[in-house]
Design a protein around this ligand. Sequence first.
Ligand SMILES: *Cc1c(COP(=O)(O)O)cnc(C)c1O
Length: 663
Amino acid sequence: MTYKEFIAQIENFEANYCGDISESTYFSFPMQPVLDAETRLSAAEKSIAYFSMEYGLAPSIYNFFHLNRPMTEKNKFFKHQVFSNYWISDYVFKINIHKMLDIPIYSGGLGVLAGDTVKSIADQGLSAVALGILWNKGYFKQNFWYKYGQVPEELSWDPHSYPGLIPLKNRIRMTTKQGDLVLRLWKYYVYSHDKKHVVPLVLMDSNLSDNSEHFRKLTDQLYRSDEVFWRILQRSILGIGGMKALEDLKLNIDCYHLNEGHAAFALVEKYVQLADKSRMAFEKKKFVYTCHTPVAAGHDRFQTAELRAIFPEKYVEAAEEFGKETEDSKDVNLTYLCLDNCRHVNAVAQKHGEIMRLQFPDFAKRIDAITNGVHTHTWVSEPFAQLFDKHESVFGDWRADPNRLQEAGKLIKNDEFRRDVFHAHQVNKRHLLNFVKPWKLQEDVLTVCWARRITNYKRPSLLFHHVEELLHIVGQTGPLQIIIAGKSHPMDSAGASHIQNIMEHVDRLNRSYKQVKVLVLENYDTYFGKLLTNCVDIWLNNPLPPFEASGTSGMKAILNGVLQLSTLDGWVVEAEHDDIGWIFGWRHKGPEIGDEWELRLDEDSKALYGSLKEAAELYYRTNKNGVVDIHSPWIDKMIHCIARAGFFNTHRMVQEYKAKMWA
Ligand SMILES: *Cc1c(COP(=O)(O)O)cnc(C)c1O
C-alpha cells in the first residue's frame, strides 16, 4: 500500500488527522511498518486473522501514541477512590491522578491476553491482522459506596480524538430480519517493541446514523448480557462482520484464529459465502480455536428459534448444521461449533487441557494445550529491565528473545545479582507506596495483593474468611499490608456480594490497622495491573481448582521477582516444583470436575493462613527493618520467579501457536 492509498481510506483525514500522520510518521511512530504490513496483508503472502471480543492494549504503560497528540479531557481518567480501614477523613478517599484512559475495549484477562498476543505477533514480524469491536461505552466504570459495595456507572470516551485510532471510509453491511446493520471500521496499529513491525487491529462499530437506534447501541457496552438478542448480535458482529471486513479490505487470509467461542459465527459466514458448499471441508482447515474457560457461563448456547428471529434462513441452517450439540438438539452451542469444525483446538494451560478433555470427551483427541503467557515488554518494570541489561552476559538480548530470562538460575550464587534483585524490588515498592501516600504504607512491611476480576470461583474474600485468625498470625510474625482490587460484572450478583463482603471485613478491621492495613482500590485496569504486579511482595492467587483455566497476572508478577502465594490451578501447576513461593489449599484430582459453587472457604482459608505465616516469617527474617539478608531463601525464590518468566511469556506462546496452529 502506498502512503496516498493509506490516507485515502481514512475518514475526515484533512479535518482530523493530517497533523498526526505524515509520510514518515504515524502519531510520532514510524510510518513505513504500517505501509509494509498493509502491503503484506493484501499480497499473495498468506496471513493470520485473529478474532477477539476484547483487547487490553494497555497504551498507558506501553507504546503510547499520546506524546504528540495530548489526551483530550474525555480520554483521561482523573480519580480513583480507595476504601481502607485506615481512615484519612472517611472510609472512602480519593487519589487524584491524571492518567490516560486505556482504550476501554476489554474487561479482564481474556482481553489482556489478546493484546499481549498481538504485540508478540508484531515482535516476531509475522503477517497478521486482528479483529475486534469498538466499544463506544467501554465495559463500565466502578464506584464504591460504603455499605453498598460496587455501583457501576456508564463510561464515556471519545474514539475520534483517541491517539492512534483512525476511522476508515469502509462500510460493512449485515442482513438481519430487523433490517440492514451497517458497520464502520476503525484501525489501530499495534507496534513491535522495536517499532519495526505492526499488526493492524480492525475494530467494528455500529454507532452510525445509517442504523436504527437499537442497532446503534449494539457496540456500546462489552458483555452487555441482559438480553439474548444483544448477545447474538454482538457475537455476529465479531464473527460475521469480521469475515465481511476481511473481504472488504481485500486481505489474503490463510488462517482464522478464533480467540474464544465468541467469534464462532465466522465459520457460519464462511459457509454462507461459499458458492460450492462441498469446499467447506477444505475451508474448515483454515480455522483454529482457543478455548479460555472451564466455567459454564463462558460457553454460549442459543436456541435456533432465537437465531431465526434475527438471521436470514441460510445462516440459521448453517448454524444448525455445524453447531448442534446432538442431532435432535434445539440449541446451537458456540463452543461445539468451534470444537467440531476447527482444524486445531487449544486449551490455555496443561491443566486446562486435562479439564477440557473431561468436559468434551468426544473431542478429547483433538484438544491440545498451549500455555498462556504475558508480553514481557509491557509488564516488566524499569528497574528489572535495567537489571537484566546489566547482566547481559547471562541474559543476552533478552528484549529480542524474552525466553533468555530462563538463564536467571545461573546467577543464583552471584551476591551482586542477589543484592540487585532485592534492591530493584524495593525501588518498585517505594513507587507503589508513593502512589498511595496518604495511607502511609511502610517500605519494610510485608505487602500482599489480590487483584483480578471479581467472580465467585476466584474467591475474592478468602483472605478475610477468618479475620481473627489472620490477626492472630500477624501478632506472631509482624504487620501486614493488603491491597485488593477488581471489578465484578454488573450482572454478576455473586461478584457484587463478594465486594460488599470485603468492605464489611475491612470495616471490622478498623481498629487493627496498625497490624493489618487494607486498601481496596477502585477501577482495576491495566495501569493498576502493572503497578500492583510489579511492586508488592507477594501476589495472592486463590481460585478454586480446577476453574482457573490459566490466569496471567501472576506471570506479570514473577517477571518482576514477586513471589506467589497460590492454590494449585491454571499455569501454577506447571511451576509447582520451581519454588516460586507457596502453594496451598485443596487440589483437584480425578475425573470429576466438581462444583464451582462449593468454595471450600473454611479449609482453604486455614491453609492460606498457614502458608501466609511461613511467608511472613521468612520475609521478616530476610528484611529486618531495611537490613537485608541477601543469602535468604526469599531471594532464591525471587530468582526462580524470574527464570520461570522466561517461559510464561507470549513470545514463547506465539512461537508455539506458529508451529502447532498456524502452520
Ligand atoms: C493481567 C490482568 C488480568 C488477568 O488476571 P488473572 O490473573 O488472569 O485473573 C485481568 N485484568 C487486568 C487489568 C490485568 O492487567
